[in-house]
Design a protein around this ligand. Structure first.
Ligand code: GLU
Length: 429
């Protein structure tokens, strides 16, 4: 592993994701206890099967070399090939990517997808990089992990600050190395390059569907429901568009530059156009600026954290006024935060259920690529909705049968599915 001094605080195997990893492991352990799963299985699942750390030296516009660090963590593949996104983010570290890889294992199991779990990341700040630099990073990273990914081995996808274009570069690099077109090695590609119709909006669509179901269970009419969304990237944007379509009022949103509020609700399409034109939600007409803290604590029906992990801490959880929280982001709630929410009776749609629309559409993309098929958007969204609603109902049924909160229930279901596969397969060699 080569670490260049230039990488500063974000270099190497740091421990910024330590708390996140601890939270995920605690949830898994609790699920094994609740489901009476032998401790051997927890022992097996507490570590990823394989960790890949690579250096990514890039010559920038000025001719200087910067050496980035890239990770791919393959947690478990008992139920199918490893599956999970790749994020480009300055604070990416091994613990964070490991935690996210574990969440992917249980997310795929929660939706009964024939996949295991993996995650990748490169510690870099795409906002300060040119397209050429991002392409170089992507291609070098793909080259470095190319022997350990593949359509039946490990299938990457987008995550924070990676998009369809980055997926196209991954596909092309892998295909060039193999000497043939292999679209099925990666999902989330542009539609005209083998991508799935609806994949880009799929995570947000799934967050919308699970929010709708949560409102039904809680007896809150979605029409007119007041919703605050933290994060206005891919997930937040599409969540807002779909929820507004169903008549909900999006009263607050935020991005990395700040948060805005309008108690009457935004015209979401205009807000999306404003963000596209100006690079931020700030400055949107008829909105007042509030702090992120205020956004999280607003008097709303539904709060949707759709940015990054660890934002709902104990202190934040104590002041949340929302009746429902739908976790669009991965790991937005800490262990302590989670305990407070449960104590206060706030209905939580946990991340591995709420944001599973993305990987479910990825599964549809993979099937289409393997069969060289192309399905229409309506079909994709219909199949996606059916899968999400079924998974949601299974979890609610488990909360009633076992008297658990939503997070414990989804973990019990998914950890049990993975544990059964691991137990049946045994340890070999
Ligand atoms: N990055 C997304 C997630 O966290 C999608 C993963 C995928 O499609 O494989 O679920």
């Amino acid at each position: 592993m080569i670490v260049n001094a230039k990488m500063g605080a974000n270099s190497g195997v740091t421990t910024g994701g330590k708390l996140f990893l601890e939270t995920v492991l605690k949830n898994v352990k609790k699920a094994t206890e609740l489901a009476n799963i032998p401790t051997d299985i927890y022992e097996f699942l507490k570590l990823p099967k394989r960790v890949i750390v690579v250096s990514i030296p890039i010559r920038d516009r000025d001719g200087n070399v910067t050496n980035y660090i890239g990770y791919r963590v393959q947690h478990n593949n008992a139920l199918g090939p490893y599956k999970g996104g790749i994020r480009y983010y300055p604070t990416v570290d091994l613990d964070e990517i490991t935690a996210l890889a574990m969440l992917m294992t249980y997310k795929c199991a929660a939706l009964s997808l024939p996949f295991g779990g993996a995650k990748g990341g490169v510690a870099c700040n795409p906002k300060s990089l040119s397209q050429e630099e991002i392409e170089k990073i992507t291609r070098r990273y793909t080259y470095m992990i190319s022997d350990l990914i593949g359509p039946y081995i490990d299938i990457p996808a987008p995550d924070i600050y990676t998009d369809a274009r980055v997926m196209a570069w991954i596909m092309d690099t892998y295909s060039q190395l193999k000497g043939r077109q292999v679209p099925e090695v990666v999902t989330g590609k542009p539609v005209y390059l083998g991508g799935c119709e609806g994949r880009e909006e799929a995570t947000g669509f799934g967050v919308c569907i699970t929010t709708r179901e949560a409102c039904r269970v809680c007896g809150i009419p979605l029409k007119g429901a007041r919703i605050a969304i933290q994060g206005f990237g891919n997930v937040g944007t599409h969540t807002a568009l779909h929820l507004a379509n169903l008549g909900a009022k999006i009263v607050a949103v935020s991005d990395s530059k700040g948060s805005i509020y309008n108690k009457e609700g935004f015209n979401v399409e205009k807000l999306v156009a404003h963000k596209k034109n100006t690079g931020t939600v700030l400055g949107f007409p008829s909105a007042i600026q509030i702090s992120e803290k205020e956004l999280l604590q607003l008097d709303v029906d539904v709060l949707i954290p759709a940015a990054i992990e660890g934002v709902i801490t104990k202190e934040v959880a104590e002041k949340i006024q929302a009746k429902i929280i739908t976790e669009g982001a991965n790991g937005p709630t800490t262990s302590e935060g989670s305990a407070v929410l449960q104590e206060r009776g706030i209905f939580v749609v946990p991340d591995i259920l709420a944001n599973a629309g993305g990987v479910t559409a990825s599964y549809f993309e993979w099937i289409q690529n393997l069969q060289r098929e192309h399905w229409p958007r309506d079909k994709v969204l219909k199949m996606l909705e059916e899968k999400m609603v079924k998974a949601f109902n299974d979890v609610v049924e488990t909360t009633r049968r076992m008297e658990l909160g939503m997070r414990d229930a989804v973990m019990v279901l998914s950890v049990s599915r993975v544990a059964l596969a691991v137990q049946t397969l045994g340890i070999w060699p």
